[in-house]
Design a protein around this ligand. Sequence first.
Ligand SMILES: Nc1ncnc2c1ncn2[C@@H]1O[C@H](COP(=O)(O)OP(=O)(O)O)[C@@H](O)[C@H]1O
Ligand SMILES: CC(=O)N[C@@H](CCC(=O)OP(=O)(O)O)C(=O)O
Length: 317
Amino acid sequence: MSTSSSATSLKPRDESTLAAAGQKAAVLVEALPWIQKFAGETIVIKYGGNAMINDELRRAFAEDVVFLKHVGVNPVVVHGGGPQINHMLERLGIQSEFRAGLRVTTPETLEAVRMVLTGQVGRELIGLINSHGPYAVGLSGEDAALLRSRRKKATGPDGEEIDLGLVGEVTGVNPEAVQDLIAAGRIPVISTISPEFTEEGSPTGEVLNINADLAAGAVASALGAAKLVMLTDVEGLYADWPDKSSLISSLAAADLRQMLPSLESGMIPKMEAALAAVDAGVPRAAIVDGRRPHSMLLEIVTSAGIGTQVVPDQEAL
Ligand SMILES: Nc1ncnc2c1ncn2[C@@H]1O[C@H](COP(=O)(O)OP(=O)(O)O)[C@@H](O)[C@H]1O
Ligand SMILES: CC(=O)N[C@@H](CCC(=O)OP(=O)(O)O)C(=O)O
């Protein structure tokens, strides 16, 4: 048998591929305890509109979600779509206005919000996940009585009451439809429009626009999730925004509660949601940079995580 180097099928193995293989094995082994910890558990992932701004990011997100499903975790996706709604409103010649991080919502705006979230952003996400197999099923807060809400009263920086129009806060979550989908091996993908209910518990016939962070926090609490992960367009929570050297890696619920009044814009509902989830017994809420492909997977299956995590007070001692 000839071993001459002229044989065309003979491919030498170089040192660099061996070194790279070693690093890959280390990553997989590091993931093992986290996969064991979360197997059989539900993780709620809030996918913000700013973290889905290009095809690479959207594809990586879908891969991460399907990866989690295949290692035995039950991912539940709650998606936003703020920038996509802004774009649609611009096309319709409607001005976007945000107060305390929430969109002031007129009946006309609500029509666009519902159309973009449920009909466009949700559909695209479901399509991307389902390019890997028949996993994702879309739900709006209107489906199977998933969400109940009432008008949200917001307060401005000087304590004044702000009228946000058709904006809701979640008053109840009926997680049965989501649990049914999980039991059937599916990945629920939730868009955050919710029917409005009176104080007495009757439906008013109106639907309300719910901020996706706040909805994700409520869904994570109702499902007894093991973790809430929120993907956004910054590295995490900054103690002294916008000073880039003040990125927080971990903080206790009590410290976050103290910080809340000083937060600005979109960080207000995000951190309110993180706090509400941890207060309701979700062991971890993490804010990660969704502009980095696979940030969600790295947050869940690595020891250091990558963003800011909120932990219950007793764990921070
Ligand atoms: N303390 C803070 N740390 C980080 N970001 C902050 C802070 N305060 C305000 N922000 C702003 O919050 C934004 C994230 O909220 P938002 O735009 O609503 O995200 P998403 O669309 O992902 O929900 C950041 O891009 C940043 O401009
Ligand atoms: C009341 C309110 O503000 N609703 C949000 C819902 C979408 C959302 O939250 O999207 P992101 O997560 O991408 O910001 C809105 O209309 O923009």
